[in-house]
Ligand binder design. Sequence first.
Ligand code: MN
Length: 373
Amino acid sequence: MGGDRRTFLKLALAAGSLAEGTRVAEAGEAPVAPAKVAWRRIATEEAFATPAQMEAMGALGRSTWNNPDLALWRSFTGSRGERMRLRRALLDITDERLADMDANGVDMHVLSLTSPGVQMFDAETAVRIAAEANDFLAGIIERHPGRFAGLAAFAPQDPAAAVREMERAVRELKLNGFILNSHTNNEYLDNPKYFPILEAAEALDRPIYIHPRCPSDLLVEGCREYGMTSGMWGFYAETSLHATRMLLSGVFDRFPRLKIVLGHMGEGLPYWLWRIGNIYDAFHPPGSATRLRTPPVEAFRRNFVITTSGVNDPDVLTYVIAKLGVENVMWAIDYPYERTAPAVRFMDSAPIPDADRRRIYQANAERVFHIGG
Ligand code: MN
């Protein structure tokens, strides 16, 4: 134990993440209390809930709808133990959350309404709860300068209303982008009915963060056993299906400046990129009539940025930097579902130059989300 602790301290000091004399926490989840560093730690996939969302999801949860997102929601919004902690942490912004940020040297949370956002509600309810959540976010950001940014929720169930809310969120509320929790009623953004949403995001020059939710009906059956509908597997299967449909449908020919953010180190897609390109080229060789102007691999490199949320694995980090370029990787915790200290310790000690650490912690988020300046 003592040896492990000394080894950790030595590694941490070598990485420049802890000042001499900083008390090293024994437990993996204790706060890091890191030394002052030459960059801001901006965490880009940090969840919150509003009372109205809680209430509306609770009402759906009491219905007979057998849906994995509702089961998941019940599992993390109960009134006892860890469930109670999550419920409290999702509803809290300025109490435990700010204290957790301060204790771990986290400068900013980019907040987003927690999955599945408003996407399970009827259109009218979804439009109302998204607007309320966006107003709430704007107020929080204004009252805590420099500590919070926010991604606007919108209701894909009503694309015209969604576009109006997206415009309001950027022009009036000064929010930093948009949050979408993958499918809406089993439909994906390659469906032309959603093109006005993509057009608005491109015109407003703000990214859409496609966050996971449990798999749609197109995918869910194979995930029902063994606890696979959420973070174990279903989340990445669902979200990578969504992104791949967009890449192959040609939406990035139509909206060449659209920016999409994926969490969880790219939901597996960086790993498959070479093979996707290889298969695409076999079926749609250069010069063929069916080949997109921007084939999927080129579109992924041009239109996508990824975050590290929930994946504190230095080997994956090294790989995605090599594959996508360090300018396309941002840091995230996935608070409150994941703990802050391990995410900070991971990025503080990652085997990369400090110039890259600064890009991943700060500069890329400032660019992608128009934070500061
Ligand atoms: Mn998340």
